[in-house]
Design a protein around this ligand. Structure first.
Ligand SMILES: [Zn+2]
Ligand SMILES: [Zn+2]
Length: 351
């Protein structure tokens, strides 16, 4: 069973920590990962998600030709019909205040991006990436329609620096009962800013960045990419649609292709900047979409965050002492990182 626990010493009522100990069983490559990454082949007999291989739970992967979606063998949440358990009875006041916890139901899926073990987002054609985006849209819709699912998180964690347990290109879907704290925080903030401006604040922000240009990395007819004015990570980017969109399943065909082009250019840009020509730079990609609890989120604009932990080719950024205990701090000016990313992206866009 998975549960969420709340820190009674945080004033954020939405901040819960997910506890799911079953994740520790997930497969980890025990071989030398550096050697492994340098010698990646199109098929790996030891990979859990290559076509035709047997997974940890005994299932055999089909001989898929493009994408492959399956329920995670080591989910954070368990697929279950159990009802919210009543824990309220007989709780002491100390337990009610200091040990707050709730059961968390959900479904976790894996989206394998390509049958080729050694191919990452940066090597994929835009039309191949479009299929991945369509899969995210389908599962956002299908999982979000389940009665106990109120939020669908879709994200990719790429690279051994980030503790990725599977080298083969894939993303994850965590559909869950509670709305995650960062989404609740953004919903409240987007509403406040939009109310103050009298228009959608995130679209207004993108339009303003298009005029200022100093933090702009790349734009096409449907999406703009900027290093946010408030960025924490040295080479953090945010991808925002120009028109009002709530979730990824709302994208039209041409919007899907435009987003695929963004992801292709950004993953190649990071690979070039950080001198990772073969396997690309490590990154985290997260899609922020409206919750699926049927409430009205009129001000919440869908967007994507892409973050690499790298500061330079051989240096990682850690949120150290001050960052962990007090607040956020940044070393590189967003305008400088945007300028470096933009120069590379502009060259790639000429191809
Ligand atoms: Zn593989
Ligand atoms: Zn966001």
């Amino acid at each position: 069973m998975s549960e969420i626990r709340r820190n009674p010493f945080s004033d954020n009522q939405n901040e819960w920590t997910i506890l799911s100990s079953n994740r520790l069983n997930r497969p980890w490559p025990v071989r030398d990962e550096k050697i492994l990454e340098d010698n990646l082949t199109v098929y790996d007999k030891d990979c859990a998600i290559c076509p035709g291989n047997i997974r940890q739970n005994g299932d055999i992967n089909p001989n898929y030709k493009s994408i492959f979606v399956f329920v995670n063998d080591n989910p954070v949440f368990l697929t279950t019909d159990m009802q919210e358990e009543s824990r309220e009875e007989n709780l002491t006041l100390n337990e009610q205040i200091l040990f707050q916890r709730k059961n968390e139901r959900g479904v976790c899926k894996v989206v394998v991006h390509t049958p080729e073990h050694n191919k990452t987002m940066k090597d994929m054609q835009a039309k191949e990436i479009s299929k991945v985006i369509q899969a995210w849209g389908t599962d956002y819709q299908d999982l979000g329609a389940l009665p106990y699912i109120n939020h669908v998180a879709e994200f990719e964690t790429r690279g051994r620096e980030l503790g990725n347990s599977l080298i083969h290109s894939h993303s994850q879907i965590w559909a869950q009962e509670h709305i995650p704290p960062k989404i609740m925080s953004e919903i409240n903030a987007q509403k406040q800013s939009s109310d103050a401006l009298g228009k959608n604040a995130m679209i207004a922000y993108l339009n303003e960045e298009m005029v200022r240009k100093e933090r702009l990395v790349y734009a096409n007819e449907h999406f703009g990419v900027v290093v946010p004015f408030w960025a924490l990570w040295p080479y953090e980017t945010i991808i925002i649609p120009f028109s009002r969109i709530s979730s990824i399943n709302e994208l039209t065909g041409s919007e899907t292709d435009a987003l695929a082009k963004v992801l292709s250019i950004l993953s190649r840009t990071y690979a070039i900047l950080f001198e990772r020509p073969i396997n690309g730079a490590p990154y985290m990609l997260g899609i922020h979409q409206v919750p699926t609890d049927n409430n009205n989120y009129i001000d919440y604009q869908m967007h994507l965050h892409m973050v690499t932990p790298l500061m330079s080719a051989n240096r990682l950024k850690y949120p150290a002492g001050y960052g962990e205990f007090f607040g956020l701090q940044r070393d590189v000016k967003p305008e400088e990182s945007a300028s470096k990313l933009r120069t590379i992206a502009e060259n790639l866009n000429k191809d």
